[in-house]
Design a binder for this molecule. Sequence first.
Ligand code: HXC
Length: 263
Amino acid sequence: SFEKYENVLLEEPEEGIAVLTVNRPKALNALNLATLQDIGDALREVKGRDDIRVLIVTGAGPKSFVAGADIKEMQNDNVTEALKLSKLAHSSFGEIEHLPQFVIAAVNGYALGGGCELASSCDMRIGSTTAKVGQPETGLGIIPGFGGTQRLTRLVGRDKAKEMIATCDMIDAKEAYRIGLFDEIAEPDELMDKAKDIAHKVMKNAPLSVARAKYSVDRGADLPLDVAVDLESQIWAEMFGTEDQKEGMAGFVEKRPKHFTGK
Ligand code: HXC
C-alpha cells in the first residue's frame, strides 16, 4: 500500500481491484476533517489510475465500517464550521460518482450517520451479517449532513429514509437488505471474497461501457424522464465510436473471447 494518507489505506490494485480502507480504528473509523480530506484525495488518485478497474471501500477492524462523523471534533462547531464540514464530505463522497471505476462498499460493521452516507454514495453495497446501519443524527440534535436525507432517500424511498432518520433505529443486515439498502449480504469472513467476485464480473466487461452506463444511471436519476432517455441515447450512440464496441460485437459474432482495452 502507498502510505501517503494518514487516515485511509489505498492498497496497490491486485488484478485491477483496489481496496480503500478508512483507517481510524481507535475511533471506529469516525470521519474527522482530516479523514474526509484523505478520502477525497485518495478517490481523486484512483480516478487517474487506469490500472484500477473496481474500488472496494471498507473500514479497518472487525467492528466498524464507519461510525459516523467525528462527534468529538464537531461538538463545538459553529454554523460556519458545520457548513464547511458538510461541504467537504459532499465534495469527497461526490468523487465516487465522478469515478469511471465501479465502487463497491463492503460494509463490515457499524455504518452509522456519515458511515451509512459513505456507503450510500457507492455504486453498490454488500453488508456483513454483523453490520448495523442507522442515521443517529436527530438524537444528536442535528440532521444527516453527508447525503443521508438525499442519497439514502433515493435508495430506500422517502418513507423508510424518514423513518430511519426520525427513529434513529439501528437496523441489522437482513433489514438493510430487505429495504434495498444492501444489495447483498455475506458472512464476515466471506465479505471481501463476495465483493471481489462481483468485481471480477464487472471487469469482464468493457471499461468505458461500465463507466458511461454508471454515469447515465446516476445523472439520469436526477433528470426528467424525457431528458434522461435523451442522455441515454447520446451515450449509447457514443459507444459506437469506441474500439471496444467493435471488439465486443466481433467477439460475439466470431464466437471467441473478447479482449477489451478501454478504448
Ligand atoms: C467520535 C467515536 C465515534 C464518533 C465511536 N467513537 N464513534 N468518536 N465520533 N462518531 C469512539 C468512541 O468515543 C470510543 O472512543 C471508541 O470510538 C469506541 O467506541 P465505543 O462507543 O466505546 O464502542 P461501543 O460501546 O462498542 O459502541 C459502538 C457505537 C458507538 C454504537 C458505534 O461508538 C456509537 O454510538 N458511536 C457514535 C455513532 C453516531 O452517533 N454516529 C453518527 C455521528 S453524526 P474512546 O476514546 O471513548 O474509547 C454523523 C453526522 C454526519 O455522522 C453529517 C454531519 C454533517
